[in-house]
Design a protein around this ligand. Structure first.
Ligand SMILES: Cc1cc2nc3c(=O)[nH]c(=O)nc-3n(C[C@H](O)[C@H](O)[C@H](O)COP(=O)(O)OP(=O)(O)OC[C@H]3O[C@@H](n4cnc5c(N)ncnc54)[C@H](O)[C@@H]3O)c2cc1C
Length: 410
């Protein structure tokens, strides 16, 4: 990349106009830093997501951006909690701590938060490449239609989601080092659906796939499936649709044509293998690998995004390397996220925002045993990734040192 005379100088470039970006931008703008967000899509942009915000994420939005306007919500506008289902057909509904949470319409909630951050946003502008020059970063972007833009930024934040082009530009081989999953969802008109629409429904069922869910949205029912990349989405979805009909009495019309799917980097949170960047390039949100239990990623995107912004502010104030500061500050979010996958924490410390151990103990003993057996059979589905030993080691590490080791991060 050559440095042209039309290069624009800014304090921070953020790539991606999502929730992590909004949180980072809010911190930077409040500190008076010139911040430009690049978003490849036209805004407001669509984002595949169930939109169930955790109570912690909800608090963050309220505290930082204020009350949510009506257009940022889907119907039903709130969610009471999560219901787990198992092959033994014992349902486990669990309410979120602290009451219901909003059901976000990501197209409008993300745009609202981005606007509230006060940052300048260039939409239909794709990040193409960067060069990390020690004291600054040269960024190359392209406006839809072909115009090239160049920036000289003191810092860059990659808030560009699981497939993160920013991450790939500094660690080109990283995507080959983790397993990739595909998640896809279809929308159905409802004939009859006995699943309680106040809850997000999740199946621990090895024959249905690695990640199977359903919930109501805007008068329709979403049926979603997740599996290791390479399998057939339509067959998988049909199998789940049949299962819901046969076992739960869910009668749906054929799916609408507008189904959707994407690749997910599920795994790094379990193993404390996050990517936080290099030099003055910070990675944040789901791009780092942050993903909470049952795929909840908005709260950790918001919190990690804010921390990336705070790290830059501190780096400038203290004149210290931003990566050192970011990696210290981000450990709170690493604890919060990786604890959710830590068997010792799950058994003894309630790391989730609904009380799984209490719901399990409330079941009659015979049902509890059936559920435990079904959970075990479900976990065996993940055996091929050989995560068991790593999760056990990370849990012991957390017990012995009180933290997850940062030498496993990139
Ligand atoms: C099917 C599904 C259901 C989910 N349900 C939930 C849920 O109910 N609750 C929950 O909390 N989480 C859920 N998640 C996860 C959640 O959506 C993500 O964890 C969260 O959106 C991550 O936010 P982010 O800010 O890191 O990035 P993202 O939301 O992924 O946004 C990244 C942005 O970067 C932009 N971008 C990418 N490349 C470029 C480029 N080259 N140049 C410029 N811009 C670029 C993208 O267009 C996008 O706007 C779900 C995910 C999926 C796939």
């Amino acid at each position: 990349m050559h440095e042209s005379s039309s290069i624009r100088k800014v304090d921070v470039i953020i790539v991606g106009a999502s929730l992590a970006a909004a949180a980072a931008a809010k911190r930077l703008i409040d500190a008076g830093l010139e911040t430009v967000i690049l978003e490849k899509q036209a805004l407001p942009r669509h984002k595949i997501c169930s939109g169930i915000l955790s109570p912690r994420g909800y608090r963050f939005l309220l505290e930082n951006f204020g009350p949510l306007p009506a257009e940022t919500l889907h119907a039903p506008t709130s969610c009471r909690g999560v219901t787990f289902h198992f092959p033994c057909m014992v349902p486990m509904p669990m309410d979120f701590f602290g009451g219901t949470t909003p059901h976000l319409h990501r197209k409008y909630s993300d745009h609202w938060a981005i606007q509230r951050s006060g940052a300048e946003v260039l939409d239909q502008t794709s990040f193409i490449s960067l060069r990390n020059n020690g004291g600054h970063v040269l960024v190359n972007a392209r406006k839809k239609g072909g115009a090239e833009l160049q920036f000289k930024a003191r810092y860059v934040i990659g808030a560009d989601g699981p497939s993160s082009p920013v991450l790939r530009s500094i660690y080109p081989n990283y995507p080959k080092q983790i397993p990739w999953f595909f998640v896809g969802q279809k929308f159905h008109e409802i004939i009859d659906c006995p699943l309680d629409e106040d809850y997000f429904h999740f199946w621990f069922h090895p024959e249905l796939g690695h990640y199977t869910w359903s919930h109501a949205r805007d008068g329709k029912q979403i049926v979603g499936v997740g599996f290791k990349k390479g399998d057939n989405f339509h067959k998988r979805h049909q199998h789940v649709e049949n299962y819901l009909r046969d076992k739960h009495g869910v009668h749906l019309k054929p799916a609408d044509p507008d189904h959707e799917g994407c690749a997910e980097n599920f795994g790094p949170s379990l193993l404390n293998r996050y990517v936080f960047g290099q030099g003055n390039v910070l990675i944040t949100g789901q791009a780092t690998g942050f993903l909470n239990m049952i795929g909840e990623g908005m709260s950790c995107a918001l919190h990690s995004g804010a921390i990336s912004g705070e790290a830059i502010i501190d780096a400038l104030r203290l004149n210290q390397p931003v990566q050192d500061i970011y990696r210290k500050m981000i450990s709170s979010e690493v604890h919060n996220t990786t604890d959710q996958w830590n068997p010792l924490k799950i058994a003894f410390a309630r790391p989730h925002e609904a009380d799984f151990p209490a719901a399990l103990m409330a079941l009659p003993r015979s049902e509890r045993i059936k559920v435990m057996k079904d959970i075990w059979r479900f976990l065996v589905l993940y055996k091929e990734f050989k995560w068991g030993r790593e999760i056990a080691s990370r849990s012991m590490e957390r017990l012995l040192y009180g933290k997850y080791q940062d030498h496993r991060w990139l």
